[in-house]
Design a protein around this ligand. Sequence first.
Ligand code: ATP
Ligand code: MG
Length: 554
Amino acid sequence: MPETMENNFIWDFIEEDLRENPNMKIHTRFPPEPNGYLHIGHCKALCVDFGTARRFGGICNLRMDDTNPAKEDTEYVDAIMQDIRWLGFDWDDRFFYGSDYFEKDYELAVGLIRKGLAYVCELSAEEFRDPKYCGDLTHPAVSPWRDRPVAESLDLFARMKNGEFPEGKYTLRAKIDLASGNFCMRDPVIYRIKYVEHHRQGTKWCIFPMYDFAHPIQDALEGITHSLCSLEYEIHRPLYNWVRDNVDLPKPVSGFPRQIEFARLNITYTVLSKRFLRGLVESGVVDGWDDPRMPTLCGLRRRGYTASSILDFIGRTGVAKSDSLVDIRQLEACLREELNATAPRRIAVVKPVKVVVTNFPADRTEYFEIPNNPQNPEAGVRKVAFTSELWIDADDFAEVPPPKFFRMKPDGEVRLMGAYIVRCNEVVKNADGSVSEIRCTADLETGNGMPADGRKVKGTIHWLSAAHCIDVTLCLYNNLTTLENPANKPSDKDYTDFINPESLIVAEHAKAEPSLAEAKAGESFQFVRTGYFCKDTKNPSTFNRAVTLKDSFK
Ligand code: ATP
Ligand code: MG
């Protein structure tokens, strides 16, 4: 849990509950649907669920909400557990599946029918959408089957379970209020027939409970005191309470669970929807769920995000009752702040251009000491080799320099970081006009010091010895979509119409300090003047840019 998570309205509610019921042991749950990998939005829910339990000395369950049998997979279950552990949350031995309660759900549904509180309906899916049956704001809904005798509903429901009917032929509906202003309460469907194999139950069931029916039952059975969920469930709360209060469940000692809704996390240029993310994976737009452009936890991890920086971000965004949009640069700032303090500095050259220092002996190697973290002297120094042939970044050279260009330019002087001041004397071109090499002379009196005559040299650029470097691939990432506020997507467009063509730029012929050959997968560095990079966990010699050095906006 982020230590920065501040007091919020949920905690105020719980404190009220505790005043009334001081012996209540706070018990929450995180109920992901195992139909995809967790994204950073889920991290917010995790912080709220686990963080609230921790705040009140309580506990939090992990429950796979696998009531809906479509598209669920053990791959997702395993990944979800791994990601939650990575964030540092722990459910101990309280790991459950919603499907474990299918028998109980069925039994409680039968109980509702017996009490005259549920009935088997024969409206087809089409009829359900027909205003004649579903009504509107001024007209109540209609079901010709509402007064079906209990015995008949009991018989039909048992036969639905036995697989005697095709999908869509019958549903079980709660008998609540067809005229309710809240459409969720207009005799909602609580069971439907589905011939889909369940990832854990196999083909044992062909009727499945709806989320709104199953969830309050699961919560009550597990003794959950506070069912914390995102705002879209607010209109479902009366139904949550109706189910909880009308099925035949013994009241837990700490009372029935209370549902409290909080605003989802929304981030600029980021679509937080498993459906959309799964589409990207399946269509190959991205390289799997852990593509470093994905807002999934595994994607962020591979990109170089740490659990602590993500938790810090969630803590800073706070828990609110109304929706808002958080600037993605706030997330980047959290990582930048952390890596600035922790990441060792190294040198990499994204677009290498050859520099020849003509007055430096071709057979000589000199070593300069460069700090591993200028802001932290304890990080020490390392030796970097200097030879007559060097690489500098193409962006650090301008043949026709714009005003105030203090890097390398013809007849200009520039400092090679931590080493000599050099003067650019000649630019040698290839047949196609591109730069083949830049010929310089070094002021060999300077070393890593000031010129003896006190003249000013404004620019400093980084460099690598061509004889002492390795080839690396640098992946430069940008926002995955071009849509600042995903909620503003025009309805005639798809999110895939907004994929940023520059979301990944690959620098295939980059150079880096030789020691980076030994970097461990997942290790992070600041490549000086270039960005924070993390060694990729899949492709050798590849480093992912986790975040740029500076906020591009400022
Ligand atoms: P998605 O829309 O991405 O498919 P979901 O809500 O269907 O997400 P679940 O697996 O049902 O995904 O989510 C588990 C929990 O995470 C739920 O309690 C849900 O409210 C919460 N959650 C999902 N997305 C967000 C978000 N962006 N911000 C906060 N909580 C979220
Ligand atoms: Mg869901």
